[in-house]
Design a protein around this ligand. Structure first.
Ligand SMILES: Cc1ncc(C[n+]2csc(CCO)c2C)c(N)n1
Length: 226
């Protein structure tokens, strides 16, 4: 099965990331979700860390509003901020409560260093760069889960984590990945030119994408060690 198409820039950055991209999207944690062998303790620990992750991830998308140069760019970024803050963070609280993690316990979650390293890398990339740099750091998170969800929906051999898989394999999330891919293609074209992969900036953008991918690998690994 081929991976879903999330745009031109994403396809090139994904290919350039090579092995780290496979390490991320086929991590033991992901394979444990696929066959149901992931211990529930590890999943709950991951969910708690992921709530902290979402807070900083929403801040990074808010920075994308700041770095936007057109109404279309601001609209795309502000839509993601709203989806994250008004819906996904709320959804996460509900999922955690259903899994036996109280709101108090969730809000008291100490942030693990692997989590902190990832989100602050994304934020710093945005602070010191433009929207093209920031989107290169955000893309592995958004599109990686889209790719993982699509593959696991086809290959899962257990229903244990079916809700998680369905969230990312679903039409709504897949449309969000395509929209993020279009935003990235347009943002790069606007700032660098249509032939962006031939520009001197391209190598650095690919390096940013690859670093974020490696930090996703670290996040899964952290998930395996509650
Ligand atoms: C470590 C980690 N990486 C990626 C995601 C996926 N994700 C984070 S925010 C969001 C909404 C779109 O921006 C999605 C899909 C996650 N939850 N945790």
């Amino acid at each position: 099965m081929s991976a879903p198409d999330y745009g031109h820039a994403f396809g090139l950055m994904r290919a350039a990331a090579g092995q780290p991209w496979r390490d991320y999207t086929r991590h033991a944690f992901v394979e444990g979700i696929k066959d149901g062998s992931l211990p529930h303790d590890a999943f709950l620990h991951y969910l708690r860390q992921d709530y902290v992750f979402l807070i900083h991830f929403a801040r990074a998308w808010a920075l994308a509003v700041v770095k936007g140069q057109t109404h279309a760019e601001m609209l795309a970024a502000v839509g993601t901020v709203n989806a994250l803050v008004a819906e996904e963070m709320q959804l996460h609280i509900g999922v955690c409560e259903a899994a036996g993690i109280s709101k108090d316990a969730l809000f008291a979650t100490p942030e693990r260093p692997e989590n902190l390293a990832y989100t602050r890398f994304v934020l710093e990339t945005g602070y010191s760069g433009d929207l093209a740099d920031l989107l290169a750091a955000l893309a592995p998170c958004v599109m990686g889960y889209g790719e993982i969800g699509t593959r696991l929906a086809a290959e899962a051999t257990s229903d244990r984590y079916r809700d998680w898989i369905d969230t990312y394999a679903g039409a709504e999330y897949q449309a969000a990945c395509k929209a993020a891919g279009e935003l990235m293609d347009q943002a790069l074209t606007r700032r660098i030119g249509a032939d962006f992969e031939a520009s001197p900036r391209w190598e650095r953008l690919c390096r940013t994408f690859c670093t974020a991918t490696e930090l996703e690998v670290g996040f899964w690994q952290m998930g395996l060690t509650p």
